[in-house]
Ligand binder design. Structure first.
Ligand code: GUN
Ligand code: FE
Length: 463
């Protein structure tokens, strides 16, 4: 199952998929109906293969294969206060919990002990590719990057930059911010030889925390580093009204929050801006014209009370959108939870607009469907990460970052087919799977994620 296009679920019942172990890429997919693997491989590749070189694995009746989940925005150190402080608005939450706990990662020993558990938790939830924020500390970030690579997960990892308006106990000089970012880039890239960007497991990402935490000099230098090393960029944008006001006070010469990043060369088709809850029409035009992507973080937007981001509007304007868990603003590293929260956000927006008598013609009034959430969690996320050609679906040529889902797993929250009368009465298997997938989107959790593959390698298995 995959969704190469938003809203279009592609379901292959009794399908077969081949992977080339030497590249980690998908070589083909077909209806299988008992065709021998050797025959399928020769059909896909046009080359002779010997039986001895082929290894086969089958799926059970209530299992399916799908692309891995992509988390386009999360904070690895913030797993240390998961589920705490969600009654506070953003700026109070940052000051009371976030900066304090992140500052503790100045101790590399803590990073060594802590990050392994956090990353395992993300992988167990089926995330094959994530954009992580670390902390300001070079050594702890290096440990984070090594931990991820050793676990076999694909990731962007950012050294957080904070050289302005930050607490004394958690800030750095402008020179430190820039030099340590470059040092981190060299360490991460240097540790992985010269492999091409799409097969490199861990890629550094330029990470100004948000405009108010950086000086103009720092932002400009980070834009230069991104260009020089051809690296992606991530930050936060228009999350909460007080934060927007803070950003505007810090950069009074800019006409909007978005303009601050634009002016410093930080927007473009390799930039991911998280939240974007309160964007003006002018700001969305800048996003579209620069090709900048949005990480929709609905769980965090609900828990910190930031607001409702209108992703239908972003999509209509041609701005790439994916999902982010934003741990620990969000309380869960599960992209399935993010999918459901995206649906809830969309329903709440439609309901409030209907109440206020707004025009809901076109797509504006159409509830987000399960297939659209599935897209945001996979192919949409791949586009946001600038990797749409290599990841996000099960097309031949793409890297095999995938999940085996077991809807009948032990203690599964998804009910059996027999007890789901809406499905057990159907005779068309594709229609039955369509409803089964709706149940997956709304009910499943990590108990249903049986196997996790990245680049063809099995990195997590339930059995
Ligand atoms: N804005 C600046 N820093 C943060 C952070 O850590 N989390 C969220 N949600 N917003 C931020
Ligand atoms: Fe965040």
């Amino acid at each position: 199952v995959d969704t190469p296009v938003m809203g279009e679920l592609r379901i292959l019942v009794n399908g077969a998929l081949g992977i080339d172990r030497s590249t980690g890429r998908i070589v083909g997919t077909s209806e299988s109906s008992g065709t021998p693997a050797k025959e399928l491989f020769e059909h896909w590749t046009g080359q002779q293969v010997s039986e001895a070189d082929i290894e086969t694995t089958g799926l059970l009746a209530d299992q399916f294969l799908m692309p891995g989940f992509i988390d386009t925005h999360t904070h690895a150190p913030q797993f240390s206060f998961l589920g705490i402080g969600h009654d506070l608005p953003l700026m109070d939450w940052l000051n009371k919990y976030t900066f304090k706990h992140e500052s503790e990662f100045k101790d590399p020993e803590l990073a060594r002990k802590f990050y392994k558990g956090a990353i395992d938790r993300v992988i167990r939830n089926g995330v094959t590719f994530a954009a992580y924020y670390g902390t300001i500390h070079l050594e702890a970030n290096r440990i984070l990057a090594d931990t991820i690579r050793n676990a076999g997960q694909r990731a962007f990892v950012g050294k957080v930059c904070m050289d302005a308006n930050s607490p004394d106990y958690y800030s750095e000089s402008t020179a430190e911010s820039i030099e340590q970012t470059e040092e981190f880039i060299k360490q991460v890239l240097g540790g992985q030889g010269n492999c091409p960007a799409d097969t490199r497991l861990v890629t550094p990402i330029i990470t100004p925390r948000f405009a108010p935490s950086c000086s103009s000099e720092c932002l400009g230098a980070l834009g230069e580093l991104a260009k020089r090393y051809q690296l992606p960029i991530q930050s936060h944008l228009c999350e909460n009204p007080s934060e927007i006001e803070f950003a505007r006070q810090c950069f009074p010469e800019c006409t909007s929050y978005t303009e601050i990043y634009h002016k410093h060369g930080l927007l473009g088709n390799h930039t991911i801006m998280a939240h974007c809850v309160h964007m003006t029409a002018e700001e969305l035009v800048i996003m579209r014209d620069t090709g900048t992507s949005i990480s929709h973080c609905p769980t965090s937007n609900f828990t910190l009370g930031s607001g409702l981001a209108d992703i239908r509007r972003f999509v209509a304007q041609g701005i790439p959108v994916g999902l982010g868990t934003d741990v620990g603003g969000g309380y869960t590293p599960s992209i399935l939870d993010a999918m459901r929260m995206a649906a809830a956000t969309n329903r709440a927006l439609i309901a409030s607009r209907r109440l206020s008598g707004e025009d809901l013609s076109g797509r504006d009034g159409v509830p987000l469907e399960a297939a659209e959430m599935f897209f945001l969690a996979t192919q949409g996320g791949a586009r946001v990460m600038g990797m749409a050609e290599s990841l996000g679906s099960l097309d031949a040529g793409k890297l095999f970052d995938a999940l085996v889902i077991d809807l009948s797993a032990h203690a599964s929250p998804v009910p059996s087919v027999e007890s789901t009368f809406a499905i057990s009465c159907l005779s068309d298997p594709v229609e039955a799977w369509r409803l089964r997938l709706e149940q997956f989107v709304f009910l499943a959790d990590d108990r249903n994620i049986s196997r996790v593959y990245v680049g063809g390698n099995l990195i997590h298995s339930k059995c």
